[in-house]
Ligand binder design. Structure first.
Ligand code: ZN
Length: 244
């Protein structure tokens, strides 16, 4: 069966997306060793070290300097045809949710409504003091014109992302887990399924659910897949979903 027929037959699709979804938008892989946008060390620290809660606690000035210079360079990136194809699949009622490993906010920019951001959203921020106010645009954050951004209450504001030494949000993961258990088609898009525990969601799908993997590299779950497509996901999704 081809992807188009598999999608036509499915009623409850979950997409599981990784860095490959956003490469056409000019955002290199966040976590891979070739994550060029991080472009090496920053003031003598590796990006992985900086993007940790431990580092955030001890060295906020460098953390925020790095965040503004390297991470927020994504803020002006635009969704690509893969994001828009998923929006279309959702609008016709087939796609129930996207379990997303990217923090780039591009699915939301493309108009996808039900996105579970497993690693948080790099364009959103929250106040760490009791007020807990959320800031939902980069513009608001950039306006906090200080080495250490502060909320109007004076509290320190942090990005709404899951740092390398932090756990995923239980609520988001539970919702993703339920979606994986329930779906009849699970499409992996641009993820090599190496980052745990996110990738282990694939292990939760039932025997009745078809697994399709669209990725340019092999994954540990290839044997379980009903169909594997090793082409750029933008091309595959646009072509297929336009024919629906
Ligand atoms: Zn506050």
């Amino acid at each position: 069966m081809e992807l188009l027929d598999i999608i036509k037959e499915a009623k409850n699709i979950v997409a599981f997306t990784g860095a490959g979804l956003s490469t056409e938008s000019g955002i290199p892989d966040f976590r891979s060793s070739s994550g060029i946008y991080l472009s090496g060390e920053f003031e003598g620290y590796t990006p992985e070290r900086i993007l940790s809660n431990r580092f955030f606690r001890d060295n906020k000035k460098v953390f925020f300097d790095f965040y503004k210079k390297r991470i927020l360079s994504m803020a002006d990136k635009q969704p690509n045809r893969a994001h828009y194809a998923l929006q279309k699949l959702e609008s016709v009622g087939k796609l129930k949710c996207v379990v997303n490993q990217n923090i780039d906010n591009l699915l939301q920019k493309a108009g996808v409504k039900n996105v579970l951001d497993l690693h948080g959203n790099g364009s959103q921020f929250r106040c760490l003091s009791a007020c807990g106010k959320g800031y939902y645009t980069c513009e608001e954050f950039m306006k906090m014109d200080d080495d250490i951004p502060r909320c109007e209450c004076g509290g320190i504001v942090r990005p709404n992302t899951v740092l390398f030494d932090e756990w995923l949000s239980d609520d988001t993961f539970d919702a993703a887990y339920c979606a994986a258990k329930d779906c009849d088609l699970f499409i992996v898009i641009g993820s090599s399924l190496l980052v745990k525990p996110a990738a282990t969601l694939v292990g939760e799908i039932t025997d009745e659910c078809k697994l399709v993997i669209i990725n340019n590299m092999s994954t540990p779950y290839d044997k379980k897949a009903y169909l594997i497509i090793s082409k750029p996901c933008g091309e595959v999704l646009e072509e297929t979903i336009n024919k629906l």
